[in-house]
Design a protein around this ligand. Structure first.
Ligand code: 3H9
Length: 693
């Protein structure tokens, strides 16, 4: 076998060790499958070999099937065939699971006759997150190994389990903290001469009632998910059919799902997220600056949430306030937020203590002097921010990255105030900062490439999904949101009610509609932003002026009752909207949900096209990631730019023309890029390749 073969073959003490070498994640693409099948044949044939170990190079055992192959014609040998062939060998085969074994990677291990895991191993079948079901025997083997109910949970929720839990479940035979391959080899030798323990022949399904109860719970949890339905069907087959028939059923479901638009969108989103972490246009060899300590300026909800992100990632952070009382309040809020997690059972007291110990509260900006990255989260006011950055420019250590968490303000103006603009950029977190995954990293005109690389790397370290954007009003996400907001106002005046807008958008797949979202953010927030730039929104302004601030005072677009979170339509709001319509001389009409969806979403897509045109975002996928992780865009619809391609840019452009004609709002005319692509019958996806260069 050539040295660069994706499976290395070596024999020691009668054990053939087959090592998968296919960085970065040992995906089981065609070349690996061919090499693996060949190595297994060789091991079975060689008389000197009595047992076989499947191992892998690097941190990952295997990230599963090569997702880039889906949607293309299948190339033999298929993964299920390789696994079936391996399972049928007379010599014992043991998996040495060094790290993540996911999807087809775990299915490969399940086809082995025993599994030994390193403590760092994580085992899972996350296919559901790609709109699929395990398609290489997982739905048939896992239930027979650990019981149908626990197997269903692993497959329907798609979350991996750690080594200790895998051992407790019976998913692995042992956890080995020493030399993993040596332990797996010894285990394999101990099985020589015994009948192989094939997972397919096990009968650990457990009680059928337990499985049916788990199936009902999963259906309730995720009612419209075809992957969950297919997983349930396949696991039920493990009770009702012989193994081979179950495998055939699983294959049929896999082939159906892989062609589904939903799975295409989820696979697209998977790669768009990873692509976003590669900064476009960064000079080759740019290295991130080292970051050992962070500082956050401002102990409000945002600042506290950001400090928590660092503490959660094990990075020491100084939380800075202007006076002792504000600092105490800020630290108490952080402590209480951890307290909610403890109550929910997702955090232990000990972990809270550990994280709180990483957060040092200090009064005065001078405390930022020893930080490698400083994130400013003070009130959204240009003068105040400039003042903070002027001081930071003097006291921060040389090479420290200075970030502003502004949502709208001009990062270049803030950078100029610091006197060292090469160190300055935006790090726009979303609220609640400790929960929301999106991080817009705003590249200023003078931001140094290594400062940018540092912010992105820090973002990944603190479990965010960083997307690099350029300076403009509202950056990528809020700028597109504003386009939706303008059209929402128009729809309300023309005839829709808040509940009509929200229902249409939720039926599209969002968890929350635009009106309920404004109520959650607080109507005073939008009001203040509009006032600062001299914009009006007749309905939102009137609600604000009537003292309706949203959830925070129980009244906004909806009523919430005392401390409630469930929106209740309010006749007073209907009357207010009708009055505004009369004042505008509008005769209200019934507006169909399809029109609502198009009118709320196409202007956003149009704004997205302008954002691409201007280079504020480098790739359509980056815009989609912003919406997936910051604004609750349904993952199975890929993102606004992906959705636009699905609809067809010709239709989107034609509808926008019609909206512009009707409303006399020229900003609704299709953006140049959108027009151009539509005329050329191309989609946004066709830009991705060009921009990646
Ligand atoms: C499956 O197995 C179906 C079977 O049941 C049936 C088959 C018949 N394929 O995430 P990272 C790339 S479905 C191709 O940043 P990490 C990724 O795009 C599969 N490429 O690393 C990135 O590329 P780039 C079920 C893949 O260390 C690079 O690898 N499996 C795949 O943070 C590094 O990725 C899953 O759903 C793949 N399978 O995390 C697991 N995986 O550098 C998906 C990754 O060019 N993978 N890439 O941007 C993961 O969850 C994580 O990648 C993993 C490593 C935890 C493995």
């Amino acid at each position: 076998m050539p040295a660069d073969a994706p499976v290395h073959y070596a024999v020691a003490n009668g054990v053939a060790v087959l090592r998968i070498v296919n960085p970065p994640v040992n995906a089981l693409g065609a070349a690996v499958r061919t090499a693996l099948a060949e190595a297994l044949r060789r091991a079975e044939a060689e008389a000197a070999v009595t047992a076989i170990v499947i191992a892998a190079e690097g941190r990952t055992f295997s990230g599963g099937a090569d997702i880039t192959e889906f949607g293309k014609p299948p190339v033999a040998p298929l993964l299920p065939e390789v696994i079936e062939g391996m399972d049928g060998l007379r010599k014992p085969v043991v998996a040495a699971i060094n790290g993540a074994a996911l999807g087809g990677g775990l299915e490969l291990a399940l086809g082995c006759h025993a599994r030994i895991a390193a403590p760092a191993a994580r085992l899972g079948l996350p296919e559901v997150k790609l709109g699929l079901l395990p398609g290489a025997g997982g739905t048939q083997r896992l239930p027979r190994l650990i019981g149908a109910a626990p197997a269903l949970k692993i497959m329907a929720e798609g979350n991996p389990v750690g080594a200790a839990e895998a051992l407790a479940l019976g998913l692995v035979d042992a956890v080995e903290s020493g030399d993993l391959v040596a332990a797996a080899s010894a285990h394999a030798k101990s099985l020589v001469g015994k009948a192989p323990r094939r997972t397919r022949d096990l009968t650990n399904l457990g009680p059928r009632e337990a499985f049916e109860a788990a199936a009902a719970a999963q259906t309730k949890r995720d009612p419209d998910n075809p992957s969950v339905a297919a997983i349930i069907l396949a696991v039920r087959a493990a009770f009702d059919m012989p193994f081979a028939e179950g495998l055939a059923l699983e294959r049929g479901e896999f082939v159906k799902l892989v062609q589904n638009d939903r799975s295409k969108a989820l696979r697209y989103a998977f790669f768009a997220e990873r692509e976003a972490a590669h900064i476009a246009g960064l000079p080759a060899g740019t290295a991130a600056r080292p970051v050992a300590r962070a500082a956050v300026i401002g102990g409000g909800t945002m600042g506290g949430g950001i400090a928590m992100c660092f503490a959660n990632a094990g990075i020491p952070v100084t939380l800075i306030e202007t006076d002792a009382a504000a600092l105490e309040r800020g630290l108490a809020r952080v402590n209480d937020t951890y307290g909610f997690s403890i109550k929910r059972g997702s955090l232990t007291e000990a972990a809270r203590a550990q994280r709180m110990a990483l957060i040092t509260g200090k009064v005065g900006l001078a405390a930022a002097a020893d930080a490698d990255i400083v994130i400013e989260a003070v009130f959204e006011e240009m003068d105040l921010k400039k003042q903070v950055f002027a001081e930071l420019g003097k006291i921060a250590k040389p090479g420290a990255v200075l970030a502003t968490n502004t949502s709208y303000l001009d990062v270049d103006a803030i950078a100029a105030a610091s006197g060292r603009p090469a160190d300055v950029l935006g790090m726009h977190f979303f609220s609640p900062a400790n929960v929301m995954r999106l991080l817009e990293v705003v590249r200023g005109a003078k931001t140094a490439p290594d400062a940018l690389a540092t912010a992105v790397q820090v973002g990944v370290k603190i479990a965010k999904v960083p997307v690099v954007v350029g300076v403009c009003y509202g950056f990528c996400g809020n700028r597109m949101l504003a386009a939706r907001g303008v059209e929402a106002e128009r729809l309300l005046i023309e005839g829709a009610l808040p509940q009509d807008l929200d229902q249409a958008i939720m039926d599209f797949g969002f968890r929350m509609g635009p009106c309920a979202m404004n109520d959650l953010a607080g109507l005073d927030v939008g009001w203040r932003i509009r006032r600062a730039i001299g914009k009006r929104a007749p309905v939102a302004d009137a609600l604000h002026d009537a003292g309706r601030m949203g959830q925070k005072n129980g009244r906004g677009y909806y009523n919430y009752g005392e401390g409630g979170r469930t929106p209740q339509p309010d006749p007073e709001v209907t009357a207010l909207i009708e009055r505004i319509a009369r004042e505008h001389g509008v005769t209200r009409r019934k507006i169909a949900p399809e029109e609502i969806v198009e009118r709320l979403i196409y202007p956003m897509i149009n704004e997205g096209a302008r954002i691409l045109e201007e280079g504020v975002a480098a790739r359509p996928g980056d815009i989609d990631v912003v919406w997936l992780y910051g604004y609750g865009w349904p993952a199975w619809r890929g993102g606004p730019m992906f959705h636009a391609d699905q609809v067809g840019l010709g239709r989107v452009a034609a509808r926008l023309e019609a909206f512009a004609d009707k409303s006399a709002d020229e900003t609704l005319r299709p953006a140049k890029l959108l027009r151009q692509l539509a005329d050329q019958k191309r989609g946004f996806a066709s830009l991705a390749g060009e921009r990646r260069k």
